[in-house]
Design a protein around this ligand. Sequence first.
Ligand SMILES: Cc1cc2nc3c(=O)[nH]c(=O)nc-3n(C[C@H](O)[C@H](O)[C@H](O)COP(=O)(O)O)c2cc1C
Length: 176
Amino acid sequence: MDPAAPRHTKEMPHDTFPAAPPAQPAMTEPLILYATMTGNARDAAELLASQLRNSGLAPRVEQIPAWDPRRLSQEKTVFFLTSTFGDGDPPDTAFTFWDILRKADTLDLSGLRFAVVGFGDSTYPRFCKFGRDLDHRLAELGAKRLLPRLDCDVDWEEPFEKWLPRAEKAIQQPES
Ligand SMILES: Cc1cc2nc3c(=O)[nH]c(=O)nc-3n(C[C@H](O)[C@H](O)[C@H](O)COP(=O)(O)O)c2cc1C
């Protein structure tokens, strides 16, 4: 390759994450990944983290926008909390993540357990669409659902708080 050539070309669409990340040992503590526009998914992520800490776990809470989805193959358990914006689209900041994940056909997520919580508003025709798309794509890449997807409407607190003990219990189950 010409060393003088620019590193980012038009053929390399993901300026944020240009190369696959190096392999690392599997991360055993749960990861909570959220994408939000107005704060609901972030607040929920903090509630989930508290619940898991109460049961002796040490969850990491991070934002989807800072994340290269190819690193998911190094994770054991991930909770995804995300809203939907536009017309059933990811939050603006999660577009790069989603674009890579959508195209990552060789990504093997068979070692990953996951659960998705979508935040949306049922007055929109594509209620919680991004959460649904994400849930579907993760399973398509081989990841195993810890729990069925939860779709939260505008009054998300009560259903989410009811879901928390289920998440806590599910994570204690041995891997099948
Ligand atoms: C401009 C706009 C577009 C939205 N589009 C959708 C949508 O297509 N589907 C949906 O379920 N909710 C939609 N919502 C609702 C948000 O997803 C909902 O308010 C959610 O709780 C926001 O969560 P957040 O604070 O984590 O971003 C939209 C909200 C706004 C303001």
